[in-house]
Design a binder for this molecule. Sequence first.
Ligand SMILES: [Zn+2]
Length: 469
Amino acid sequence: MEPRSTPADLRIDHAEWLLTLDRARRIVRDGAVAVGGGRIVAVGKTAEVAAAHPAARVIDGSGKVVTPGLIDSHIHTTFQLSRGLADEVGSKRFLFERMYPYEGALDEDDARASIELAVLELLRNGVTSFIDAGNYQPHLTAEVVGGAGMRGVVARSTFDVTRSALGVLPPAFIESTAEALEHAEAVVRKLDGAYQGRVRAWFQFRGLNNSTDRLIVDLKALADRYGVGLQTHACFARDTREASLAQHGVAEIERLERLGVLGPNVLLVHAGWATDHELEQLRQHDVKVVAAPSSSLHNAYGNIVQGHVPELLEAGVAVGIGSDHASSGIVDLCQEMFLAACAYKEARENPEVMPPERVLEMATVNGARCMLADGDVGALEPGKQADLVLFDTARPEWQPLYNPVANLVYSATGKSVDTVIVGGKLLVQGGRALTLDEDAIIERARRRAPEILRKTGLAGRVAPRWPVA
Ligand SMILES: [Zn+2]
């Protein structure tokens, strides 16, 4: 008997390797994905999927490794024009002498130029969803993400303690607890669910040492009321840990535990300096965690040497992966995966920790859990959003190709991304973005950067150290 055929809008046929990241972690040779109404309707062998799902449009996946769209669980989109502003500085100077002055100097045009560049770079490198770390222009992040056709979580940054043991915040960030709560809630009310649900809006406090107990507790209550996430940076360096001990007499995650705010909708970024007790709290409360290897390595935060990502993953904690910001150089999840896989091997003197399969899970299924969207994205399964990436294996770094997961994590970079599809729509083809004007974005970034540099007063910090003729 002929199987009943259900028409699809789009099909990707003949994928050389299809990494489904489904529950069984199936890998399909000569694989196909059929898409209807923006969602996946079938995944399997090309012959079977093609027979059952005739499609108006077919993309040839031969010579490609097809994966779920990558999920960057922590990126500061407004920091994209900060490359080169914070090299060779530790956490305290990174924040108070470089990044806060940079961020405080951004006007709307600067912020938009930075966000556009971030979104372009993420998309070109195969990221289909990301969690913005929170900024003062979440409406612009939403607008750019929405217009580009991607998915993103946005948040309004909040602080309500001007002076901490780490330093003093710039005047532009200073607001009362009530104002911070009011502004954050307005953003969630306005932006959560925008752009056909592709944009979500969450609550955020930027870091524990610049947040009162009241701000943290009230933000958590709001996150619960609106059914959204709450994110913060936590214990990412020796400095932040020591500041918490000095100001509150307890370490950062322990403080959150005492405040009763740990829970499954809480996302903690870095958490490298957590104690054993704190790690156990993360597990018990199903807290989500993000590792950001490049920023820790670039600014020597110690999250690899002190961190416990392999153990958290072993314990079933949802640990995603994030590129954090351009100030540490790369915004490429493939390169982040390499660092996550290899830096722990080096730190532990153990080549068996962090195999590539586990690291790819961080960038897909775990990222989906971090986004509180694991029913929707992160794997190629019927019913999920049709978010896919096609990596071009006709490149030197993919030869020879025995295990596509190993090549993807150990050899590839975002440069081998050929095609990106979000919700069944083609956003990148042949390595070029279709929904963003690449030339105009680069031109705007080049034009705004010198002006931002002038406003930050950091010009003397970025010149080459060698003589320039
Ligand atoms: Zn961050």
